[in-house]
Structure formats: structure tokens, C-alpha cells
Ligand binder design. Structure first.
Ligand SMILES: *Cc1c(COP(=O)(O)O)cnc(C)c1O
Length: 417
């Protein structure tokens, strides 16, 4: 277990969160390197013996320390912007193992990706195909591309993170795929390398993932009959993690389901998990500023807020709250909403939790390693938190706390006239 109590204090591996708070302040994101490695190896082990590549989805947690760790483990990367490509390269990642997804790639980003030599640009529209072809021709290159096909399968997850239905903005329609592949095969700036799909995030069940795989495999067979053969199948990510006590299919169920559906096909298998690699490998450490009993509700006001961790406000997401100093939940315990200082009623981190709290005590919001820091903002001119990584019994700062001046360093007061 990455995070467990030792002598009554919650620790990250062997390091006390009280010590981390003293050294680095709060709020602070804390990651366990061993937990990230374990999660990655689960995929690598399940796929061993097959031609495959795990492309870590950078948007889940793009800290350079995480990316450098992934690169060291041999992972590839799934990116959605030129900024993410720059991060991967800065962290020592290999651009030749990068797949570039996203519905709105700019000409500038496409040029950058071709220059860097990515493995695949995952196309999401007919106009994007034309744009990539034009840019590649102008550069004297052939762009390696895959189409992201929308298999019209319901991932049965939160509507904001479901991406594989007909009404979704993502991917090309399943019915258009054969025509677009034929068209692309005739273009001088295009080299067809693969096919992709990604039906949504936080899937608790593997059945929709397997159903999408079957649809993609059927399409591959038809493309092959038409004389188009491809080098890889990219099945995306979206494997869920347990935030509470919900039923969660293990990584093995997703991988085995996909392998069964693919059968004897020779294409290289790409998976792009994000959340399931880092989600349970991180927490957000926060200190209680005030305990505020109310008429209808009791509040614990902490120094972290929705700008640091937006998932509760955005998706009504549930994060476990642990008291860093282990306490008996006896008669002194109360039921509290854990809220931040931001001036919004949506600024809550957890609701209705039984705690025995006092001002100054530390709390840990668990399972905050994915879609935590990456979605943070400066709303209310709040500096973004520090990030630290624990490894081999020691803790290292992997991003310093933002300074107040940095937040408006790019702003200018105009010359009034
Ligand atoms: C976001 C995304 C992923 C990763 O999703 P997770 O739920 O974090 O595993 C994978 N592939 C694509 C194309 C994505 O957009």
C-alpha cells in the first residue's frame, strides 16, 4: 500500500505526511513512485509476449517527474497538445513512441509533431486529414496517421467523460471509416499506420471496452479486404480506478478482453491508460483552517479548494478523506462538508464525512493523482500547490509552490489616454 498509517500517522510509503507538510507546506500533492510503477507494470506484465506499447495518457498527470518515470519504464505517451509534446520531450520521452490525439490540432501543433517524428497522429475529422496531408507535403514528409473511430458504444460513465457515442465530438463516424481510409490511402502526404478509439474515462466495467474492440476489429478485417493493412490498433484508455467501494474490473479484465477480441491479428496493440496509472498513486494534502459548525450543516474549511482539485465541483466526484493523525471516531466526531476558501458554493472537496477534527490538523484527499494538479487553476488568484514525489523512503519536490507574483507576471496595465 502506497499510503498507510504507521504509528498513528498517515504516511506516503515510509514518509510521514506531517513531515511533508512541515517541509513543503500545504496544500501539496503527494505522489508515490512505487505506486505509479506498480500500476504501469500491471499493464506491461499482462501484455508481455505480445507486440504492444503502453502509451501513458499525459493529460492525467503531466508533471515532468511522472513523464520521466514513464520514459524510464519504456512507456510511450498519448498526448493532446503541442504543449504536452514539449513536456514529453523535456522529460526525456521518445517522440517515436508518441500518439497525438485530440479534435482540434492546430497547423502549428501538427507541424511540430511531424518535425518531432511522432508514431501516429490520430485524426478526428475529414478536414483534419486534408490539413495534415497539406502540411506533410509542404514539409516533404509522409505523416503517419490513424483515424480515431467512434464505435458508438456507451462507456457507461459520467456524461462529461463519455466520448464514444454518436453525439460525441470525438472521432470519425464508424460508417465513414472505410471511405476515409480509402481516401487517405491516395494522399501523397499520408502514411496509414493504425486505427484508434477511446470511448470514455473511468469505466468500471470492461464490457463496453471489449465491445468497442470487437467493432474496431471487424472494421480492420473489412479494411484488409479492401487492400488496406495497418501496423497498430490503439484501443485508448479509460480503465477506471476505485475511489470508494465501487465494483471495479481489474486491468487484467480490460487487457484480456481486448486480446481475446483481437485474436490472431498481427497488429501492434496500443493502450493509452492515464487515470489507472496515476490516480491512486497520489493524494492532496491539506490543512484545516477553521471548523465551522452551522445550523443545518457543519463545515471544515481547509486550505485547498476547487481551484486545486476541481473533480468534486465538476463531476460531483467522490474522494476519500483521511485524517493524517489517526483518530477514534467516537462521540466527539461530527459530520462535515470539507470546503475551501474559494467564493463559490461549488467549492467543496467532500460532503457529509464523519470526522473528529480540530483547526490545524491535516487531511488527505485520496485518489488525487489523476486529473488533480493538471486541472488546477489560479481562480481567486490562488497560487497552485507544490507537488512532491516519494521514492525509496525519501521525498523530493517535483514542482515548487507557485509564487503570487508569477500569477500576474504576464499581465500589463495599459497606457491610459
Ligand atoms: C484522456 C484520454 C485517455 C486516457 O483516459 P484515462 O481515463 O485517464 O485512462 C486515453 N486516450 C485518449 C485518446 C484520451 O483522450
Amino acid at each position: 500500500m502506497a499510503f498507510a498509517y504507521r504509528s498513528g500517522v498517515l504516511c506516503a510509503e515510509q514518509v510521514s505526511l506531517e513531515d511533508i507538510a512541515r517541509q513543503f507546506g500545504t496544500p501539496c500533492y503527494v505522489y508515490s513512485r512505487a505506486a505509479i510503477e506498480r500500476a504501469y507494470r500491471e499493464y506491461a506484465d499482462e501484455l508481455s509476449g505480445r507486440s504492444s506499447l503502453v502509451c501513458y495518457s499525459v493529460k492525467a498527470n503531466s508533471n515532468l517527474a511522472v513523464l520521466a518515470l514513464m520514459a524510464r519504464l519504456g512507456a510511450g505517451f498519448d498526448i493532446v497538445s503541442g504543449g504536452e509534446l514539449a513536456r514529453v520531450i523535456a522529460a526525456g520521452g521518445d517522440p517515436a513512441k508518441v500518439v497525438f490525439s485530440g479534435v482540434g490540432k492546430s497547423a502549428h501543433e501538427i507541424r511540430g509533431a511531424l518535425q518531432a517524428g511522432v508514431l501516429s497522429i490520430n485524426l478526428e475529422s475529414e478536414q483534419e486529414l486534408a490539413r495534415v496531408n497539406d502540411i506533410a507535403v509542404s514539409m516533404g514528409k509522409r505523416a503517419p496517421v490513424a483515424f480515431r473511430v467512434n464505435p458508438d458504444v456507451d462507456a457507461k460513465t459520467h456524461p462529461y467523460i463519455s466520448t464514444g457515442l454518436k453525439q460525441s465530438k470525438f472521432g470519425i463516424a464508424y460508417a465513414d471509416a472505410e471511405r476515409l481510409y480509402r481516401e487517405a490511402a491516395r494522399l501523397p502526404g499520408i502514411r496509414l499506420t493504425g486505427i484508434g478509439c477511446h470511448i470514455g474515462s473511468l469505466m468500471n466495467d470492461s464490457a463496453p471496452f471489449v465491445a468497442a474492440t470487437q467493432r474496431i476489429v471487424a472494421l480492420l478485417a473489412r479494411l484488409e479486404e479492401g487492400g488496406i493493412s495497418l501496423a497498430h490498433i490503439d484501443l485508448g484508455g479509460g480503465m477506471g480506478i476505485r475511489y470508494q467501494d465501487e465494483a471495479q474490473a481489474p486491468v487484467a479484465a480490460f487487457v484480456h478482453g481486448a486480446l481475446d477480441a483481437i485474436g490472431q491479428r498481427k497488429e501492434k496493440l496500443l493502450l493509452d491508460p492515464g487515470r489507472s496509472i496515476v490516480g491512486n498513486a497520489g493524494l492532496l494534502l491539506t490543512r484545516i483552517e477553521y471548523v465551522k459548525p452551522g445550523e443545518a450543516k457543519n463545515f471544515v474549511v481547509v486550505d485547498a479548494a476547487m481551484n486545486d482539485l476541481i473533480r468534486p465541483a465538476l463531476y460531483d466526484a467522490w474522494h476519500e478523506v483521511r485524517q493524517v493523525r489517526e483518530v477514534e471516531l467516537d462521540a466527539a466526531a461530527g459530520v462535515y462538508d470539507i470546503v475551501g476558501p474559494v467564493c463559490e458554493s461549488a467549492d467543496f472537496l467532500a460532503r457529509g464525512r464523519k470526522l473528529a477534527v480540530r483547526p490545524g490538523a491535516l487531511l488527505a484527499l485520496m485518489s488525487a493523482g489523476a486529473y488533480g494538479m493538471v486541472m488546477s487553476s489560479n481562480y481567486n488568484t490562488r497560487p497552485r500547490p507544490a507537488e512532491v514525489m516519494v521514492a525509496s523512503g525519501a521525498v523530493q519536490l517535483v514542482r515548487r509552490r507557485e509564487a503570487v507574483g508569477e500569477m500576474f507576471a504576464g499581465e500589463r496595465v495599459p497606457e491610459w489616454n
